[in-house]
Design a protein around this ligand. Structure first.
Ligand SMILES: [Ca+2]
Ligand SMILES: [Ca+2]
Ligand SMILES: [Ca+2]
Length: 178
């Protein structure tokens, strides 16, 4: 019983902090409890879930997929781990693994930029960008599309722009009840 006493010492303060809005019954991996990521995932779900049933159909998911035309169905299938024909919020992070914009936003643009800029010249060349790109053979094309001032490098704003654009376009397309 010593271990449970020890455990309660460490758990109780954390629970009392979280008790206000988080049910303590489900233990989730840290990815799902990071408030920034939770907020991001909620934002993505809200933007894509057009019929507001709390889950994504294939058509809804494809609006998130940068390679929807050729790989949307495949990405959806990989993401729908319980195979019920929908991506729910638990399946969302896994289903977005192949999305460059999601990789950048979930790490945080600034942290991601710093990590990629290995020669620390405050800009990313294609080689540095390749580390976060999920576009495979289309990486260079993707890079050029994000390089809005056409100087052959991505600044932090251009990297952030690439990531935000997808989400902003979605949010712009969805009717807001404000
Ligand atoms: Ca839906
Ligand atoms: Ca599912
Ligand atoms: Ca660099």
């Amino acid at each position: 019983m010593r271990s449970s006493t020890l455990l309660s010492w460490t758990i109780i303060p954390a629970c009392s902090l979280l008790a206000a809005d988080v049910p303590t019954t489900t233990a989730k991996p840290t990815e799902a409890t990071d408030p920034r990521k939770v907020a991001l995932l909620r934002r993505i779900m809200t933007a894509a879930d057009k019929n507001r049933d709390g889950r994504l159909s294939v058509a809804e998911f494809k609006t998130l997929d940068a390679q929807a035309l050729h790989h949307g169905q495949e990405h959806f299938g990989q993401g729908d781990t319980n195979q019920d024909g929908f991506i729910d919020s638990d399946e969302l992070p896994g289903s977005l693994r192949k999305q460059t914009w999601f990789a950048i936003l979930s790490e945080g643009t600034e942290a991601c930029f710093k990590r990629l800029d290995s020669n620390q010249d405050a800009k990313l060349d294609v080689k540095e960008f390749r580390l976060v790109s999920k576009m495979g053979a289309h990486t260079e094309q993707h890079f050029k599309g994000a390089d809005s001032d056409k100087d052959g490098f991505l600044g932090i704003a251009e990297l952030g722009g690439l990531a935000e654009r997808k989400l902003k376009a979605l949010e712009g397309a969805s009717p807001k009840t404000k």
